[in-house]
Design a protein. Structure first.
Length: 150
């Protein structure tokens, strides 16, 4: 994380997108007894949450400012934008940073070429493509791939 996140009892994480990643993060934070709210435009997505999930859920399109207000974004200490749409994630993370002045934001981007949008910003970007590429390269470099068939 680019900034130091000091966890306190006032922690309040908003996760946007209850896909596999968003739901897993929400379940983990809930297990750690953190305050968490997860937003998704599709109420069926919340089925991915554990039955023991102790956070809040909010059905709605997170690009709607009314939904973010309902989520009490002004109180959030961490925003995680993990919808399946890079444009939405970029827009939400920039809104959280520039309008709501959030210090801790994590955004997922599928398209590695769009990562540069965040150069010089305090927003943390996770890019599954780059992570996978790095892992594969590391495995190859370690020499555990004995034979490459072409
Ligand atoms: P996945 O592709 O499994 O990571 O899931 C992404 C999730 O993001 C899905 O459950 C979508 O319904 C959700 N999603 C996509 N766009 C929005 C949006 N604008 N607001 C809230 N949730 C969204």
């Amino acid at each position: 994380m680019k900034g130091v996140l000091n966890r306190t009892r006032n922690d309040y994480t908003i996760i946007i997108g209850c896909g596999r990643l968003g739901a897993s993060i929400a379940n983990t934070l809930s297990d750690q007894e953190k305050n968490v709210l997860i937003i998704d435009s599709n109420k069926d997505s919340f089925r991915k949450l554990n039955p023991s999930f102790g956070g809040l859920i909010l059905t709605g399109d997170a690009t709607d400012l009314g939904v973010l207000k309902e989520a009490q974004i002004e109180k959030a200490t961490l925003i995680i934008a993990v919808t399946n749409n890079d444009n939405t994630n970029i827009m939400l993370s920039q809104l959280a940073s520039e309008v709501y002045k959030k210090q801790h934001i994590i955004v997922r981007l599928y398209d590695p070429e769009r990562k540069d949008v965040f150069n010089g910003s305090s927003i943390d970007v996770i890019c599954p493509f780059i992570m996978s590429l790095n892992e594969v390269t590391e495995i190859i470099d370690m020499g555990t791939v004995e034979e490459v068939i072409v």
